[in-house]
Design a binder for this molecule. Structure first.
Ligand SMILES: Nc1ncnc2c1ncn2[C@@H]1O[C@H](COP(=O)(O)OP(=O)(O)O)[C@@H](O)[C@H]1O
Ligand SMILES: [Mg+2]
Length: 238
């Protein structure tokens, strides 16, 4: 078991955002976490990566308890998040942004380098000497993923990678994620675009008001009437 979350709870100024969430991820899996806006998806990822401190519960990553650990220490263990909104450095070049990503790795050996990132996203190599701020939204998302790869992830967390991207660029990003997973990277994918996320993954969890409402095979969730009605935007009879 690569990641085992038990009874996780989190709150903002006393208002609960996660209540008793348990989930697990096996090495090599690509798992989706879906749910409506405000369901607690980002809070859950942020608890895993250490930017939100859980008020209760356990997070075991590769056998170590990491709940409440600082983000840089979590990252050094190989649990890396591509944040919502990308957060790239607009005044640095693309290559400098990628090199900064390497700092997260600490002393662990590298499993991804510049060449791997450029092979995955050739546009980043073409534009490697340009500033981050000159990139389109889709290219910035690619850079954010590339930067996380440079940190040597064993588990990669993504928060809404398709947000604001065109369907064509979304396809490219999802294809890259599928390729990374096919070559062994374990991925937890948070998406509001439930249909895309379920199509790209083997297993999925559905969050509703801070609680797990469903879990199962992504293909089963795609066919589940309640999921269809609430999250895929059309009625099951369509
Ligand atoms: N920094 C914050 N301060 C206060 N409330 C927050 C904060 N971040 C999220 N929340 C609240 O916590 C709940 C879950 O939010 P979030 O985890 O961002 O959901 P999602 O990512 O699924 O849209 C929401 O009710 C949201 O308003
Ligand atoms: Mg969110």
């Amino acid at each position: 078991m690569m990641l085992e979350v038990r009874d996780l709870a989190a709150a903002y100024s006393g208002i609960e955002a996660l209540r008793g969430v348990s989930l697990h991820i096996e090495a090599g899996e690509m798992v989706a976490l879906i749910g409506a806006n405000g369901a607690g998806k980002s809070t859950l990822l942020n608890c895993l990566s250490g930017t939100v401190r859980p008020r209760r519960g356990s997070i075991r990553f590769e056998g170590h308890e990491i709940a409440g650990m600082k983000p840089h220490r979590v990252a050094r263990q190989g649990l890396l998040q591509v944040p919502e909104g990308r957060q790239i450095l607009v005044d640095l070049t693309i290559e400098e942004n990628l090199q900064l990503g390497e700092l997260a790795r600490g002393a662990r050996p590298s499993n991804y380098g510049l060449r791997d990132v450029y092979q995955l996203f050739p546009i980043l190599e073409e534009r490697r000497t340009q500033r981050g701020g000159t990139l389109s939204g889709g290219q910035q998302q690619m850079l954010a993923i590339g930067r996380a790869l440079m940190g040597g992830p064993r588990l990669l967390l993504l928060d809404e990678p398709s947000l604001g991207l065109s369907p064509l660029i979304t396809d490219q990003v999802f294809e890259a994620l599928r390729g990374l997973n096919d070559t062994g990277l374990t991925i937890l994918l948070v998406e509001q675009n439930a249909h895309r996320a379920l199509q790209a993954t083997q297993r999925a969890y559905l969050l509703e008001h801070g609680e797990l409402a469903f879990q199962g095979n992504s293909s089963d969730l795609i066919n589940d009437a309640k999921v269809i009605a609430h999250y895929l935007g059309h009625l099951p009879t369509d």
